[in-house]
Write a protein that binds this ligand. Sequence first.
Ligand SMILES: Cc1cc2nc3c(=O)[nH]c(=O)nc-3n(C[C@H](O)[C@H](O)[C@H](O)COP(=O)(O)OP(=O)(O)OC[C@H]3O[C@@H](n4cnc5c(N)ncnc54)[C@H](O)[C@@H]3O)c2cc1C
Length: 318
Amino acid sequence: MASVLIIAEHREGKILAATYSALTCGKQIADANGLSLEVALLGKGVEGLAADLAARSVAKVHVVEHDALEHGLSEHMAKAVADLANATDATWIGAASTVQGRDYLPRVAARLDAGMATNVVAVDGNKLTRPMWADAVMAEVEITTAKKVFTCRPTEFEPIAEGGSAEVAKFDVELDAGAAKVTFAGLELVKSERPALTEANVVVAGGRGTKGDFGIIEALADELGAAIGSTRAVVDAGWAPNEYQIGQTGKVVAPDLYIGAGISGAIQHLAGMKGSKVIVAINKDEEAPIFQVADYGLVADLFKAIPELIEEIKKAKA
Ligand SMILES: Cc1cc2nc3c(=O)[nH]c(=O)nc-3n(C[C@H](O)[C@H](O)[C@H](O)COP(=O)(O)OP(=O)(O)OC[C@H]3O[C@@H](n4cnc5c(N)ncnc54)[C@H](O)[C@@H]3O)c2cc1C
């Protein structure tokens, strides 16, 4: 039976939450088009993770093990996914719009001669909604090729429900690790005591208005158990590490509460946070564009307002 095939993403022995959201997106496409929902797990020594996926309301889990897939390099991933898609009659092939998904899926599309839609935020039958021009426009698109490739924005889809016990099948793939034009040099994962930015319920973000003093942002984040984010301007200035960047060229976040301090609200930043449930903006310029998307706006100097806010939160907690 033709299927929607979602490629799972995993790290350090765990399926990433973004995969469960991608499965929900895949399920909506499958249900609307009368297809089965299947999931693929690629890597080396990953078979142990199949049970997790098999319990997620999917019809089948494909496990593709190969030494060359150990580090998820896109050359090998693309060939393995394309071979699997052809062998299983998958008509829709998708994954979460993460760094990895965005890396290898265009290659999959090229191998399958397929049209591709990235960053899907909503599904209506076989029509997909995706942002264009830095989220300034929401476009409804239809992929007209026989095979269709897509990535979906994880923050727009709830994680798929648990339940079921799908069949787990192995798929053998031929890969020539020696022929790769790219080799794996190393992976440096940033370890933090704070919640991961894309999964946090609360995000406190600082912009150029902080003048590089992220201590004040950290203090508020500590009080709220929040992740820290920033604008690109702050990263470009070297005031915050790259992984803090929220926006068009950064991470997409959709926490319950986003607090942006000293952030102008340029469209490229809004692209990454405007899906947040409650947006609080602190900016001393009442004309700052961020106030147009904010649920609560405070026209104030952040160096005065944030310490006061911290004091009030402490009092409320006491
Ligand atoms: C292709 C492209 C991709 C981009 N991608 C991204 C992206 O992913 N993410 C991103 O963020 N940007 C991105 N940008 C950059 C974006 O256009 C803006 O330049 C950037 O977001 C501005 O950051 P900012 O709000 O920190 O700085 P500014 O625009 O300088 O704003 C600082 C704000 O702080 C306020 N302020 C100053 N002092 C205080 C104070 N004491 N108290 C309170 N408020 C104060 C000011 O009123 C001002 O509104 C991209 C740009 C391009 C061209």
